[in-house]
Design a protein around this ligand. Structure first.
Ligand code: SIN
Length: 490
């Protein structure tokens, strides 16, 4: 049943149950759900389908481990994370093959994701010993102020399917570094990679005699049934969610009941702005990365290409030529540049957006359809002459479609770029330092790439403005999300 691309040794040791208090086991009633390969639609594995009751058991285990984990010395937490980092890097090929099998991205991209994901473990191993506080004399001189940081407490981590290792480690590593035990609810489309990371952590915890309930995993096909009751449970102190803005709003509403500490990494509609003085070769290279990483299925993917009138036609033609030169196919095949979308629904949605743009007068320069054959594929697509009201520039595409819109001057470019409820990432290409500095002030985005098509980095704060989220992951800021401040007047 498992994909032929996975080594028998990996398949033999891959956890498929749920992890509660250091034990992998079946879900209540032995319920399971299927994980499929998006390149073939074949079933890869049957995975434990955790019930709400299983979720509560996992939270109880995390809560029981909380006091002991908080008492573990920061250096020891750091060394645990560093050891997990080393083990993930040593098994990079196994992790990459699993990511490709369940998520579809080409193997080279999956390897890059393993390196990116492992980097969160290394970075937070380094940060675990840096939860700084403060001592100072109060302005009145009457006393001293001691400010220190302590772990928030048991955290629920809800991760998305598009970067199955990196989105898990980006939450697990800072939580553990800060001293918070966790319950992870991986995405039901791609739970296996996260479960393998959890297994590496479980075995390191056991070897070091550390509390088993620090990391718990509850895969489920009924996410809201499992998550909602946990948000009402007063043992939970933290929610970290990555996913759509629509789901984020619902979770924030539910989290209000307990005034839960929340980190939200939500949707995006990133503008990619090419100014009149841009290096066009560099802009086409950057656009290809910003659009086609993981087939466009990323919340920081460039969603709209805003190009100065004088370059718009040439940029669109060159981008179309580049997209046409790319090979689309299963991520396991040699030389493939663009893999499948996650499922048939994703393909339908992308096709609908392209049809809507065409109905509004856009021209399809390349792509615009699914290729022949099985699997959830959609051809890399460039659209020109896209109207400002087309859905493809107003909604998050999450697919390999690049709509090109022309602008007349810098003011119009910034106004178009900011004309969205989202504010996650933005990209700008210009040779002028002065213009670059001006646009970084004016663009409403939490992350801005100047002459770069990629901003993601474990050591940098990842997160959005406006309705793209709350809080930051990565960098120094990522640790803060799992700490709270206590002030003592001395
Ligand atoms: C995401 O799409 O949610 C994250 C992508 C990244 O970290 O680069």
């Amino acid at each position: 049943m498992a994909a032929a691309s996975l080594s028998p040794a990996l398949v033999a040791h891959l956890p498929t149950g749920m992890l509660v208090d250091g034990q992998w086991g079946p879900a209540t009633g032995g319920r399971t759900f299927e994980v499929r390969d998006p390149a073939t639609d074949e079933v890869l594995f049957d995975i434990a389908d955790a019930s709400p009751q299983d979720g509560r058991r996992a939270l109880a285990a995390a809560d029981d481990a909380a006091a002991a984990w908080r008492a573990v010395a920061p250096r020891e937490r750091s060394e645990l994370l560093r050891a997990v980092y080393a083990r993930v890097v040593a098994r990079a090929d196994a992790f990459a093959s699993l990511i490709t099998a369940e998520c579809g991205k080409p193997l080279a991209e999956a390897r890059a994701e393993v390196a990116y994901g492992a980097d969160f473990l290394r970075w937070y191993a380094e940060q675990a010993v840096r939860a700084d506080g403060l001592v100072r004399r109060s302005p009145s001189g009457a006393n001293r102020q001691l400010v220190h940081r302590r772990p928030v407490g048991p955290a629920l981590l809800v991760t998305p399917w598009n970067f199955p290792i990196a989105m898990a480690t980006r939450k697990i590593a800072p939580a553990l570094a800060a001293g918070c035990p966790v319950v992870i609810k991986p995405a039901h489309a791609t739970p296996l990679t996260t479960m393998l990371v959890a297994e590496v952590i479980r075995s390191e915890l056991a070897e070091r005699g550390l509390p088993a309930g620090v990391v718990n995993v509850v895969p489920t096909a009924s996410s809201s049934d499992l998550v909602s009751p946990l948000l009402d449970d007063d043992r939970l102190r933290k929610l970290s969610f990555t996913g759509s803005t629509a789901v984020g709003r619902t979770l924030l509403g539910q989290a209000a009941g307990q005034v839960l500490n929340c980190s939200m990494e939500l949707g995006g509609n990133a503008p990619f702005v090419v100014f009149s003085d841009a290096d066009l070769d560099a802009a086409v290279d950057g656009a290809t990365v910003a659009k086609l990483r993981n087939g466009g299925q990323s919340c920081v993917a460039a969603n709209r290409f805003l190009v100065h009138d004088s370059l718009a036609r040439e940029f669109a033609q060159r981008l179309a030529a580049r997209f046409e030169s790319l090979r689309v196919g299963p991520g396991t095949a040699e030389g493939v540049d663009v893999g499948p979308l996650i499922d048939a629904d994703a393909v339908r949605k992308v096709a609908e957006l392209v049809d809507d743009a065409s109905d509004h007068g856009a021209q399809v320069l390349t792509g615009g359809e699914r290729p022949e054959g099985a699997g959830s594929f959609f051809l890399p697509t460039v659209l020109s002459g896209v109207g400002a009201d087309a859905r493809v520039v107003r909604e998050e595409i999450f697919g390999p479609v690049a709509p090109v819109v022309a602008f007349a001057d810098d003011d119009e470019a910034i106004a178009l770029a900011n004309d969205t409820e989202y504010g996650l990432a933005a990209y700008a290409y210009t040779r002028s330092l002065d213009r670059a500095m001006r646009v970084t002030d004016d663009l409403e985005a939490g992350m801005i790439g100047i002459n770069r098509g990629m901003v993601s980095d474990a050591s940098a704060p990842f997160g959005g403005l406006k309705q793209s989220g709350l809080g930051r992951e990565g960098g120094e800021a990522g640790l803060e999300e799992y700490l709270e401040t206590v002030y003592v007047a001395l």
